[in-house]
Structures are given as structure tokens and as C-alpha cells.
Design a protein around this ligand. Sequence first.
Ligand code: SF4
Length: 365
Amino acid sequence: MKYLDEYRDHRIARVLAAEIVQSTTRPWVLMEICGGQTHTIMRYGIDELLPRGIEIVHGPGCPVCVTPLETVDKAIALALRSDVILVSYGDMLRVPGSHSDLFRAKAQGADVRIAYSPTEAVKIARSNPDRKVVFLAIGFETTAPANAMAAWQARREGLPNFSLLVSHVLVPPAIRALMVSGNNRVQGFIAPGHVCTVVGCKEYEDLVRDFRVPIVVGGFEPVDILEAVLMLVRQLEAGEAKLENQYVRSVSYQGNISAQQIMAEVFEVADQKWRGIGLIPQSGLRLRDEYAAYDANLVFDLGEITVDEPAECISAQVLQGLKKPTDCPAFGMRCTPENPLGAPMVSTEGACAAYYHYRRHAVAK
Ligand code: SF4
């Protein structure tokens, strides 16, 4: 299959679904990591094509959802300073902080600008030498190379008014944390294809070996997901635990070496807090000491703050595959995309948003 349409072909999807049915003799719990994959599953009703015994649970792979509340609060505080231009991906504007969000800060007069890449933030800094430009640099391994490149470029130019508020997370340590947690139910993982285009399949080998858990690197179209599920079911039914790559059209074993080099030049691995979940050792990236002049935490002396999630929001359990969004009492009632209580309801990759857009009527029946 070469073209995108073929990955959405319902005839191919039905053949794969039938093969999954034929291959399944026992119940299995599988997790897709990436929020993009969650949305494909909900949008195309892939879970409904699967035999009853196959349960798909959703993982922590929505970058906006796992950005700590404290980082959102810091971004809002920075945005409200008259000397700052806060530049962010659009998805972050509606994410609730403790008391407000960037969208409301913008309505209050804060200079908040949306960018599609950090390079745009560097350009804004060049054109506004009398203002301090902060880029809210969040995401998984997928966005880390571009954010690293922005810091590298700013340092090379000696741009004095540019900095990054970094909240970068890494997928393999999150899977490891799930596997060692006492309440894990997941027996096989669909690893996120976009992340693996950067880091390669190799990053997942240790997990397969250490936990004897099958991992299939998967793409984002319906046929990709079904093929990845079939590959996992075949392994599980055969008692195997292997690393396989379904997304061969984009992902190699080694990944993108140039992207890995710029990440390693600018960032180092560090402990990282995940929104709702808490601290996961060695699961994030922070700027190296050589880039301290571009670290908004240091430039603005932001320090450490700790704030609590709204008690009603069960996103921590949703992001660990322990509950579905529809298990949340606030779902679709007190929590909607217009009035979100938690980030998964507002992010374009959030599981709660996926259920709200594609399943809320089914739930209401
Ligand atoms: S529906 Fe809203 S309150 Fe419930 S878990 Fe999702 S984001 Fe949190």
C-alpha cells in the first residue's frame, strides 16, 4: 500500500478485522500510546470492529494533556507581564491552569501569539528586540528536535530576548512506569509512530526484553491501527513478546540521527512531572547548562510551584488506561470542550475530547 487512501480503505479494514477475530481465542488488553491514534480509533469506530475480548485502552501520549499544571500557570504568569510575548502552539491556549488559561490571559490584554513551529518564535524575537519572547516548548520526542533547533539558533545568533519554557516528555520511561505500577492491565502496546520517526524502534527494545511485553510501532490511519492490533494479537496468542514495526513507511530502526544529534546537543534527560500522573524518573528533557541563558525558568527566576488538579478530574486514570473518559462523572456535563475541567477534554489529541466528539451521543442513549 502506497497511498493514504489505501490506509482508509474500509474493505482492507474489514479484512484485517476479520483476521483479528479469527486469531483471537482469549481476552487481551492493548494500549495505544498516542492521542492521534486514540482519535483515529474513536473517529472510525475501530474498537467496535474488534472482538469483544480485545479491549483497547488509551495511553498518556497526548503532549498537551501531560504538560504539568504548574507549567501552564507559569506560562500564564509570563504572558501577563507587559514586557513578554508568549508564543505557543494553539492547542495550549484553552488548557486550564489553576485559575485561568492562556486564552483568557490574551483576552485580558496579554500578548499571546500562536505559532506552528518554534522557528516562528525566534523570528518574533528578532523583530521585537525591546520585548522578551518566550516559547512554550512542550511535547514528546516528536517536537523536541525543532525546539532544540530554536534554542541552538538563538544561541548561535546571541539572541538576548528569546527563551524557552520547556516541558518535554519521553515515551519509553512512561511505558516503564505503567508496567511497574501495581495496577497495570496492559498486555501489548501500539507505540507512537511519530515519536519513533525521530528516535527509531530501537528505543523500545529494552521494554520488550525487561517486561516480556509485545510492542508494535504503529501508524495513525485506520488500517495502520488494525494491522498493529493484528500483529499484537498474533504475538500474544503465540506466547511471544517481540518488537515489530507496522509503520515501516516512516519509521526505521535507528530513527532520524540528525534530529537525535540536535536534541542531545541542547537537551539532557531529567526527571519530569506528568500532569495528573506525577513525577516519572528520567522521563523528560531539560536544557543543558550551556543553554541556561535560554531557559525561561532561570531567565525569569520562576522557581518551583506546586498546585493541585481539580478533584473531579480523573485524567490521571484516563491517561494510564485505568478508566475511560465516559467513566468520569463530569464527562459531557460539567466538563466539555467549551468549559474543560482537564486538559484531555480540550486538546486535539485528548482522549476525553475524542470521546466527546465521536461517542457522546452513544453514551447518552
Ligand atoms: S472528562 Fe474532563 S474532568 Fe473528566 S477526566 Fe476528562 S478532562 Fe478530566
